[in-house]
Design a binder for this molecule. Structure first.
Ligand code: HEC
Ligand code: HEC
Length: 334
């Protein structure tokens, strides 16, 4: 009996330590625990597989474009351009958003058309302007790469490669790309020296004078809602944003309020990349946005002084997170 108990105890220790080893790293200062979905929970094997897939150009029809092409780690997980360039040099109509802190987002894309990261990851693979593949052709191509099969076996318990397992692995990897531990987070945690005087003044402008937190609120600086600021509404055929998804006139010209974390790294700004600098963004809000038939009622002239505008920009810089530790693959499964 005793021997059985001892063996059971040893087995328990093995199981528990295996679980500990397979736990995600602690989230950076200032962020909330990651809401791991029940149908795609964390595993280290999935993160590792997702990391390879995210950087692998073979997901595209002609092996020329990876997720990382448009969401590059050295460009704040965007591409630094007003709109993205996909396969065969084709330009899309919208700016690539960052993929940091997507774990907290209640919907993906500027218009929120994808409810989950798993769903989102399937979009670009089949988008003719981005990777121009089909889900079946992509899965067949990866299935022919012998080196991938054991990695899918480890991550999903089967070597079969499908669009669903590809999307689940990429989504799991994306949920580990977290930006926190910024000067603002350290300041809030009690280190009053973490922000400059200008940043502290700018924080007051942000929350009390300009009330940017009416939309960019909470830990990820977004209420996950949609608003019309008027960006691009003067074009002959404006991008109607959320309206394309709901067909409800109330949503005309609305876009998802983006996170402001790492905002220094993700310019140019707005869904069409039309504002180049944070100074331009602050000027845009100061003037009351771009008036149009559906301008959000929270967007009004702010009449900020030159000093307040400078301080507000300085505060936005305090939202730059600690660099994300990420190994960029130097080789891929063959
Ligand atoms: C050719 C450039 C390009 C490629 C390749 C690309 N993306 Fe994107 N990505 C974009 C653009 C542009 C958007 C915004 C499109 C929209 O909102 O309609 C976007 C949106 C996203 C979003 C939503 C972010 C948010 O805040 O709503 C995520 C997540 C994302 N991409 C991840 C990926 C993944 C994963 C891959 C690879 C499977 C990928 N992207 C491939 C350009 C690209
Ligand atoms: C009514 C809601 C609302 C308010 C108030 C608001 N924003 Fe925004 N913000 C948005 C939306 C929506 C977008 C994206 C709009 C688009 O691309 O058409 C955005 C975009 C931005 C961007 C660009 C982000 C990117 O990744 O391109 C910055 C920076 C920004 N806002 C800062 C601020 C600041 C600073 C304030 C206060 C002066 C503020 N916002 C007030 C809703 C709001």
């Amino acid at each position: 009996m005793r021997a059985t108990a001892a063996i059971a105890a040893i087995l328990m220790t093995v199981v528990v330590s295996a679980q500990v080893a397979n736990k995600p790293a602690k989230v950076p200062l200032g962020l909330l625990p990651i809401p791991w979905p029940a149908d795609n929970p964390y595993s280290a094997d999935k993160v590792e597989l997702g990391r390879l897939l995210y950087f692998d150009k073979r997901l595209s029809a002609d092996n020329s474009v990876a997720c990382a092409t448009c969401h590059a780690p050295d460009k704040g997980f965007t591409d630094g351009a007003p709109v993205s360039t996909g396969i065969r040099g084709q330009k899309g109509g919208r700016s690539a958003p960052t993929v940091i802190n997507r774990a907290y987002s209640l919907a993906q894309f500027w218009d929120g058309r994808a409810p989950t990261l798993e769903d989102q990851a399937k979009g670009p693979i089949a988008n003719p302007l981005e990777m121009d593949n089909t889900h079946d052709a992509m899965a067949a191509k990866l299935s022919g790469i012998q080196g991938y099969r054991p990695l899918f076996q480890k991550a999903f318990g089967s070597p079969d490669i499908t669009i669903d397992t590809v999307a689940k692995a990429i989504a799991t990897f994306e949920r580990t790309l977290l930006s926190g531990n910024s000067a603002y987070d350290r300041y809030k945690a009690g280190n009053k020296a973490a922000m400059t005087r200008a940043q502290i003044r700018g924080m007051d402008v942000y929350f009390n004078k300009a009330k940017c937190d009416q939309c960019h609120e909470g830990v990820n600086f977004t209420a996950n809602a949609y608003a019309n600021l008027g960006i691009g509404t003067d074009k002959p055929e404006p991008d109607t944003g959320r309206y394309e998804v709901t067909k409800d006139p109330i949503d005309w010209g609305k876009f998802k309020t983006p996170t402001l974390r790492d905002i220094t790294r993700t310019g140019p700004y707005m869904h069409d990349g039309s504002l180049k600098t944070l100074e331009e963004v602050v000027d845009f809000y100061d003037k009351g946005g771009a008036p149009n038939k559906n301008l959000d009622e929270k967007i009004k002239k702010l009449n900020l002084t030159a000093e307040q505008k400078k301080d507000l920009v300085e505060f936005l810089k305090a939202l730059e997170g600690a660099p994300i530790a990420l190994a960029i693959p130097s080789s891929f499964p063959q």
